[in-house]
Write a protein that binds this ligand. Sequence first.
Ligand SMILES: N[C@@H](CCC(=O)N[C@@H](CS)C(=O)NCC(=O)O)C(=O)O
Length: 206
Amino acid sequence: MITLYTFATPNGHKASVLLEELGLTYKVHKIDVVAGENRHPDYLAVSPIGKVPAVVEDLPAGKKRRLFGSGAILLHYAERTGRLLPDGVDDRAEAMSWFQLGISDLGPTAVDMFRFSVRAPEKIPYAIDLFKGELVRCYTAMEARLAEVEYLAGTYSIADIACYPFIAVAGLANPGLLERYPNMKRWHDAIAERPAVKRGMAVPDY
Ligand SMILES: N[C@@H](CCC(=O)N[C@@H](CS)C(=O)NCC(=O)O)C(=O)O
């Protein structure tokens, strides 16, 4: 059995969308990061950095396998199932590049933008402008790519799952944003309609 430790956040949703897309059976253990449950020693044994998502999988003979971080979870299950990643060195290289844009650029930049523009007690224009500019770089790159192909890696893959939840939340928080990026909007709307994505984006259901 797979246990997904998660909360209703874009990084958590990457993992639940993936598990739904792959049709894997899993149970959900909600970790309330607002209440600080992610810093409890029991959870730090699962995710040493104390962030969601993480996964623990029961193996034969009482063994367990843990994975923490959305990137590790997406890659692990895509590789193990042989799904949601294109075949062929060139196509896979392109997929990895967009996957990493989601994991290393879009996600952390969006989180920092939220911290500095919403959470910070003192608003620092330099930081807000910096992260806004970095987000625009991500959106501009995705828009140009999606003007050429249907999905980031050509076919639907973990590259899309690595990016979609942060684009979805940005669209909700900034009405009119997606209209400025019509190809990204077309991509977003197509992914939003996927039944597995709808289920994954509703986890945890509290
Ligand atoms: N690199 C990690 C980042 C995970 C992350 O930042 N998770 C956030 C929720 S979206 C979190 O757990 N925040 C709690 C905290 O930072 O204390 C990933 O891709 O999963």
